[in-house]
Design a protein around this ligand. Structure first.
Ligand SMILES: [Mn+2]
Length: 367
């Protein structure tokens, strides 16, 4: 029988009674928040039940500490949104001993951990689209949930998650429908649209302080429209983060170290907010689309660095991986146009020089 995500979800919901205690674990980004809100609404409308517990678990959804916490709370069912639970089938087997599990996710499929007690739903298992990553968790939650109950008042959450995860390409017809439905203006930069602004507001709130993810969730949950999120108290965090971003964009344009032989610009930043990735993306998309850009940041005795080159001419993932090769306690890699890593602060001068050498060598004229 072909994999039917709606039937699978119905079967999971059928195990829930009024005495069940349901926990939600979700990723700490806009897609994680929006998909979490959508499944919570599905639970309310299909089962007349509220969540007992909600938390983020960005790194390890079934760590023993987390599982013990859920057991202490008497949790019987766990819904996991936008997090990969299938890295370790053994860990899932242990967790499902205590709870029924429903996982909605679009990250790489590592192990099909579906069983009597675990329902794993990923586009990889049923969708014929080209790139499963482009069927984000919010859209997955919406499409499945809306087939079971009426979630049409929450469709904007699916669009917010899709824009946030840069996962709109396969859905042009659906996008047109949703933009029309909400009288929203379509723009080339989707982050400048009504739904894109909601994504940025959620993102900025979590960047301001990751402990605010609960506030972000509650605000989105209460909101009846996208405008309700934009006009909510979250706006304060959004404004603070945008001001900090503007400050560093200005700083970059004035003071970045310029290495023309390497076609590289590089700057150390010092900020209490988790903005490095958003900042360098914005710089590379709108301020310098030609060079390789690097932002680096001290964090205790560590250095963390992010790079972008939107030309696609430079395989930054290879450059970063090779720059940390052979050094202890490092990581380096990512995608061709967007990569990064971290190392011990004492190794940073070496790592930086290796990056410069690699980029310079690429620009030497070939004989
Ligand atoms: Mn996602």
């Amino acid at each position: 029988m072909p994999f039917d995500p709606v039937e699978k979800t119905r079967a999971f919901l059928a195990t829930i009674t009024l005495n069940s205690r349901v926990a939600l674990l979700h990723d700490d980004d806009p897609d994680g928040v929006c998909s979490g809100v959508l499944v919570t609404r599905l639970l309310q409308r299909a089962k007349h039940l509220d969540l007992t517990h909600r938390q983020t678990a960005p790194h390890d959804p079934f760590s023993s500490r987390l599982v013990n916490g859920l057991i202490t709370r008497g949790i019987t069912h766990v819904i996991v949104c936008d997090l990969s639970i299938d890295k370790s089938p053994t860990v899932v087997k242990q967790a499902e001993h205590h709870f029924h599990i429903l996982s909605l996710d679009h990250h790489q499929l590592l192990h099909d951990v579906n069983s009597e007690r675990t329902t794993l739903i990923k586009p990889h298992l049923f969708w014929n689209g080209k790139d499963p990553a482009k069927y984000c968790t919010s859209k997955l939650a919406y499409d499945i949930g809306n087939a079971i109950v009426d979630l049409s008042d929450s469709e904007w959450l699916a669009m917010t998650g899709s824009i946030s995860d840069i996962a709109t390409e396969p859905w042009t017809d659906w996008m047109r429908t949703v933009f029309t439905k909400y009288h929203a203006e379509m723009k080339v930069d989707l982050f400048q649209t009504l739904f894109g602004k909601v994504a940025i507001t959620i993102n900025d709130t979590i960047a301001y302080d990751e402990k605010l993810v609960g506030d972000a969730f509650d605000t989105v949950f209460k909101a009846k429209t996208p405008q309700d999120v934009l006009n909510s108290p979250l706006k304060t965090y959004h404004d603070a983060i945008q001001a900090e971003m503007d400050k560093w964009i200005n700083e970059f344009n004035k003071h970045a170290e310029q290495l023309p032989d390497a076609k590289l610009k590089i700057l150390e930043i010092d900020t209490p907010y988790g903005i490095r990735s958003a900042l360098i993306s914005q710089l590379s998309f709108t301020h310098d689309t030609k060079n390789t850009l690097i932002l680096w940041q001290r964090n205790g005795d560590r250095v963390e660095f992010s790079s972008r080159n939107q030309t696609g001419d430079v395989p930054l993932n290879d450059v970063m991986r090779e720059a940390v090769a052979g050094l202890l306690e490092t990581d380096g890699g990512g995608h061709r146009k967007a990569a990064g890593g971290h190392c011990n602060a004492k190794d940073w001068p070496d790592v930086k020089q290796r990056i410069i050498n690699a980029l310079t060598a690429r620009n030497l004229p070939h004989p």
